[in-house]
Write a protein that binds this ligand. Sequence first.
Ligand SMILES: [Zn+2]
Length: 272
Amino acid sequence: MLRDTLKRMVTDLQDVVQYTLDINGKTHSMNNYIGKKVKISWSGVVVCGCGKKMDSFYRAGFCYKCFWESPLASQSIFKPELCTAHLGIEERNLEWEKEFQIAPHYVYLANSSGIKVGITRGSQGVVRWMDQGASQAILLAEVPNRRFSGDIEVSLKRFVADVTNWRKMLSGNPDSVDLVAMKEELSVHVPEELKQYILPDTKVTEIRYPVTQYPSKIKSVKLERTPILEGTLLGIKGQYLLFDGDRVFNIRSHEGFISEFSVQEIAQGTLF
Ligand SMILES: [Zn+2]
């Protein structure tokens, strides 16, 4: 059934971000569908990562059992500053937590709807930035575990946001910001014992998205309320599909929805 669930689009950083969606046994190059009619039909069933099927998730894309028991849904997933695996302290499953938390993590600054600070694991930086619809990003620090990145993030949250304002992100391109200067300013506020992890990098990654038209008054479509979504695709940014009628669809928040995806090829000279 996994082949028929919505999953995050795979992104590739080129001149313009290239998106592919894997569903119903096909890989779709989404950029080619801009200007065309696409249709997403939800079956009414969702499936949790554990394989359990139901008509709606309990919370945050998990079934009841996973939300309360899986290490993938533990508190420290949502609040990295609560990670304790590096101290050998278990939250839900120490083995899993050690593997996940005790690995290089990065703290970055990104400009998606204004400046935000974020953290990411290993080499996921650019992927993360594209998923958030950031237009510019810079690495700030590289730390040996998730907890330290959470600690840095907390110390910088007093000065910059730690969440993307997705409505703002979807209403246009943000003003360009001097991230190198911003990084220098904010680095001062990194806790003393973590300053050693600040990266000297001054490389700013610039990201462009395939958007022909931004919505003016955003209407977010949810399959729970509108199980069939049909319309002309006007662009893609972050993990959002932008449709005509100012509608936006967040693929990320519909992961696990068993659905059919189709595109209507417009044959020239044919009237529908
Ligand atoms: Zn589950």
